[in-house]
Design a protein around this ligand. Structure first.
Ligand code: ADP
Ligand code: MG
Length: 321
């Protein structure tokens, strides 16, 4: 497909690292990958596509693109309560820039390596812009996956980590303004989101419903509630925000990033009130802070309160069309 580097060299050089995982019987190099599932486990499969200039700015470092492409999928696997295992990569490139590919592959393998995910195949094509699809298959004990649809009135609503950082960081990256440590922290939250893989697996069988925050806190919670056919309330003052976000922006702007920003890849989940303690212990074991941010109610829709009083939020949330 390319000038200097042909397709097969490209694959061999950048995407054919040795695999030590016994569950991969056949990896990159054949017509298909052959994978060995574990008895008693169900498979969970997810895919996410990043389009250049749409999902990441052209000036984003290639290792960040590679890392993110994997992390956003790990996050979906986490939200299902599954363990990530195998990955395929469909890569469309506008040019075979070796330097870019080197960085991209380094970021991709770094994110995968953190969770022992093997790259087992893919497809490489040329196009007019960069399009990166990563597909990850994970596994979970039979019947134990989490879904968006299990929330009931009275359940407590939690979020992991801090919310709003990534969208704020992206605004600095876009402006080429990553000049202070705090701005760098926020930019890193966009470039290298920490998918909550261990927390997700710990929550399987404990949380009643879960979703990862990709489009924006408000719109993602609303999806969970709609899927569960319930309503809920979000206390906006309790949304966990990082000191970096609070220092970089005033209260209103920080809240806007947190509610509508997206790209955080934190988990949002619901639990029966009686499981609050158990969930706190799990989160501590996973080393991930969690915060109660609201409650599930009968009915439909998501209301917001601020210091206990009704708060109007005109939500955005990312929509592709
Ligand atoms: P086919 O023509 O049979 O679809 P390809 O020639 O496209 O196979 O790919 C050759 C091998 O390289 C396959 O095993 C495929 O899964 C793998 N592969 C192709 N592109 C990538 C990529 N970007 N990352 C990882 N593996 C890839
Ligand atoms: Mg083939």
């Amino acid at each position: 497909m390319v000038e200097s580097l042909d397709e097969f060299e490209l694959i061999q050089r950048f995407f054919d690292q040795p695999i030590t995982d016994d569950s991969v019987r056949v990896g990159v190099g054949d017509d298909g990958a052959v994978l060995v599932p574990e008895t008693g486990r169900e498979l969970v499969t997810v895919i996410d596509t990043l389009v250049g200039d749409v999902h990441f700015p052209a000036n984003l470092p290639p290792d960040a693109v590679g890392y993110r492409a994997v992390a956003v999928n790990l996050s979906d696997i986490a939200a299902m309560g599954a363990r990530p295992r195998w990955m395929t990569l469909a890569l469309t490139l506008d040019e075979a820039n070796e330097k870019w590919l080197e960085g991209f592959a380094a970021g991709l393998y770094a994110a995968a390596g953190e969770h022992n995910v093997s790259l087992v195949g893919g497809d490489t094509t040329r196009g007019t812009q960069k399009v990166i699809s990563v597909q990850i298959t994970g596994d979970v004990d039979a019947g134990m996956s989490m879904t968006r649809s299990g929330a009931s009135p009275g359940d407590l609503l939690f979020a992991s980590g801090t919310i709003g950082d990534a969208a704020a960081g992206l605004s600095f990256i876009r402006d080429g303004d990553v000049v202070t440590n705090e701005k760098q922290f926020l930019a890193d939250r966009f470039c290298r989101p920490s998918a909550r893989v261990s927390l997700g697996q710990a929550l399987a069988g404990v949380a009643s419903a879960a979703i990862d925050i990709s489009d924006g806190l408000y719109s993602d919670i609303l999806k969970l509630l709609d899927n569960s056919e319930v309503g809920g309330v979000l206390e906006v003052d309790s949304i966990p925000m990082s000191p970096a976000l609070r220092n970089a922006f005033d209260d209103e702007k920080s809240l806007q990033f947190a509610l509508a920003g997206g790209d955080d890849y934190e988990l949002c989940f619901t639990v029966l009130p009686g499981k609050k303690q158990a969930v706190s212990i799990l989160a501590e074991q996973c080393g991930v802070p969690i915060t109660q941010i609201g409650e599930v109610q009968a009915g439909s829709g998501l209301g917001c309160t601020r210091a206990g009083r009704s708060f109007d939020f005109d939500h955005g949330g990312y929509r592709h069309f």
